[in-house]
Design a protein. Structure first.
Length: 333
């Protein structure tokens, strides 16, 4: 552990530094994940503690310098600490890697629990910041800029322009953002933030330490009862709308978001499993095609929908069953 202290300290410093960059800030969790993937769980937890202390000190200094007060310091610390804690738990699990201090919990459930905690932190931060007059004015100006940009894109089409001016007001934009965030948007954002940083961590561990993960996405399977969660959440959303019960409806939307993400991951695992059994040239062409699809608006949404349906279909179809090359065995022979 002593030999890994310097790399762990560097990972903690990089995490806090990336947090305060504009373009690469979404990767601020990757150094913490790298310490788990490249070294061991204890190193990851030490990196988290060091990063939390360093971020807290910087947040306090910035709050004093910019006069943001205790609220600014608290929100910044809350965001970093909750997300970093959840991600470190996802990557490292138990404190010493053998479940001695924490019970053994499947990575999927750690992903869900960490994403729920991160989404709650984001919603708290959003509620507190939008309550301040200065931030509310900033958000209002951004909403006005967004709505005016969409209205301007209508060109000379008078009917479309009139429709956008009527429905795409700044207040409607803010209501739509709040609606989506409460109904799975915040949860999905944190979930994908964790996933991107996890993949980046594993890639860096392979590049610098030649360490591969024990299991890949191609081996991921959703629990069999997840299909019931998907079905019941859809029914609960419908009943919540009919009964005008906002809180149960919001909870059902978030359960639906979790189920959809899990089936999306299962569909991605099926695609990777199938791709891994193809010749190298075919895999290369498929990887190029995947990159093109990801950066093609409209097509990428269709591809995600197909992966979700593929993941759901595996509840009834053996899509990853190994092929039998020889004749079926005959009992008694």
């Amino acid at each position: 552990m002593r030999a890994a202290f310097i790399p762990v300290l560097i990972c903690a410093i990089l995490s806090v530094a990336l947090m305060r960059t504009g373009f690469l800030s979404f990767l601020f969790l990757a150094p913490l994940g790298f310490s788990a993937a490249a070294y061991n769980p204890a190193a990851a937890w030490l990196a988290f503690v060091l990063a939390a202390i360093l971020n807290g000190a910087l947040s306090l200094g910035f709050s004093l310098y910019y006069h943001t007060g205790a609220v600014g310091f608290g929100l910044d610390t809350l965001y970093f600490t909750v997300l970093a804690l959840g991600f470190t738990w996802i990557m490292a699990g138990g404190t010493n890697g053998n479940g001695r201090f924490f019970p053994r919990i499947r990575t999927m459930y750690r992903f869900i629990a960490g994403s729920v905690a991160g989404a709650a932190a984001l919603l708290i931060i959003g509620y507190v910041t939008t309550s301040s007059a200065g931030f509310a004015a900033l958000v209002q100006s951004q909403a006005e800029m967004l709505s005016s940009a969409y209205i301007s894109s209508s060109g000379a089409d008078a009917a479309r322009r009139s429709f956008l001016e009527h429905f795409l007001t700044p207040d409607n934009v803010m209501e739509a953002v709040t609606f989506i965030a409460l109904r799975g948007g915040a949860l999905a954002s944190v979930f994908f933030l964790f996933f991107i940083n996890r993949q980046a961590s594993l890639g860096l561990a392979w590049i610098f330490r030649r360490r591969r993960p024990a299991r890949s996405l191609s081996n991921f399977h959703v629990p069999a009862n997840a299909i019931w969660g998907l079905s019941l959440s859809l029914a609960a959303i419908l009943l919540g709308k009919i009964a005008k019960a906002a809180i149960p409806e919001i909870i059902a939307w978030n359960v639906l978001a979790v189920c959809v993400i899990l089936f999306l991951a299962q569909g991605g695992g099926i695609a990777l499993y199938t791709l891994g059994r193809r010749p190298p040239l075919m895999r290369l062409l498929c990887n190029v095609l995947i990159i093109v699809v990801v950066f093609s608006p409209g097509i990428n949404a269709l591809a995600l929908g197909l992966l979700i349906l593929l993941g759901i279909a595996e509840n009834w179809l053996p899509l990853r069953a190994p092929k039998q090359d020889g004749p079926a065995s005959t009992p008694g022979l």
